[in-house]
Design a protein around this ligand. Sequence first.
Ligand SMILES: [Zn+2]
Length: 384
Amino acid sequence: MNSTIKLYEEDVYRRDFCATVLACEPFGDAFRVALDATAFFPEGGGQPADKGALGEARVTDVKEKDGIIWHTVTVPLRKGACVQGDIDFTRRLDHMQQHSGEHIVSGIVHAQYGYNNVGFHIGDDTVTVDFSGVLTADDIENVEKSSNWIIWKNVSVNVTYPSPTELSHLEYRSKKEIDGQVRIVSIGKTDVCACCGTHVSRSSEVGIIKLISAQSYKGGMRVTMVCGMRALADYERKCKNVDAISVQLSAKPDETAAAVKRLADENIALHAQLAAAENKIFEKTADEFAGKSRAVCFEDNLSPDSQRRMCLALCEKCDGICAVFSKKDDGYQYAIGIKSGDVRDTVKALNAAHNGKGGGKPALCQGSVAKASREDVEKFFEKI
Ligand SMILES: [Zn+2]
């Protein structure tokens, strides 16, 4: 079978075409079809495959092997038939925007910082690009601004097929050694790269480039970015989220961070007030156990920290083991302590008897028992 003619290399905007079925064979739960020519881009170079339709069949995946482009289809197509192909062009344009945007960002990082693009992936929501060196927050801001300036300058994107001699004089980025004819994609003077993917023809079609985050990765940096329609969707989503927060806090959208900080500070102050009020009650309760040999209390709706403080207050007054139990699901959450001694063996025995977990230091342990009634717990402490 002859190599498939790649219509997407002749005209990247071609969204429909007619072609002859050269082969159709079962492929897993589906079928795979080879044509004499196709506008479907096969997965490659970090860019996902196109989707769409071939006649009555849906095209769910496209892969190239030894020059033949295989279309995974939902129903078989007759060998020799002429079929119409329709590309899901919204998906393709999205990939062209992400892919071309990645070239711009990689070209700028390479030119300004000397780092290489060592990994590239177009995911369903975002694009990740791995660079061989570290970029600071200021660098990321600079790369984003510089990248968008290339979009606004509306520079042309050109594809050329240089001869080996021309290639030897050309400075270009390349992800790996390529056999055979090298395809060079140039974006103005910003980037020159060997690439098999589909790209827009002018930089303005990328729309916008937004670098969402940058994290240290394998000694370099992993940058997560979105371009074009993905960037607009990201902006819409974030605006909606900020608007919802703004309404709830009665703060202007640009002042929500300060409003959240105030709320967090208030929350810390309220917690301190609550703890002070609780401590007073705990001290009063502890007075009732002054000089006694055991204190086992049941007090619901206490946080682990409140339980700890109540237990310590009891230990101050009571001479023996002190325990605070608060209802949790079918069992109890506990804090068990003693003024002088070691409660860890008691806690181990309690956990073993009532499917519990937890531990701590000799003077204080915390944990929970999964299945136990108040009577069970009281009986346990009567025995010790
Ligand atoms: Zn490319």
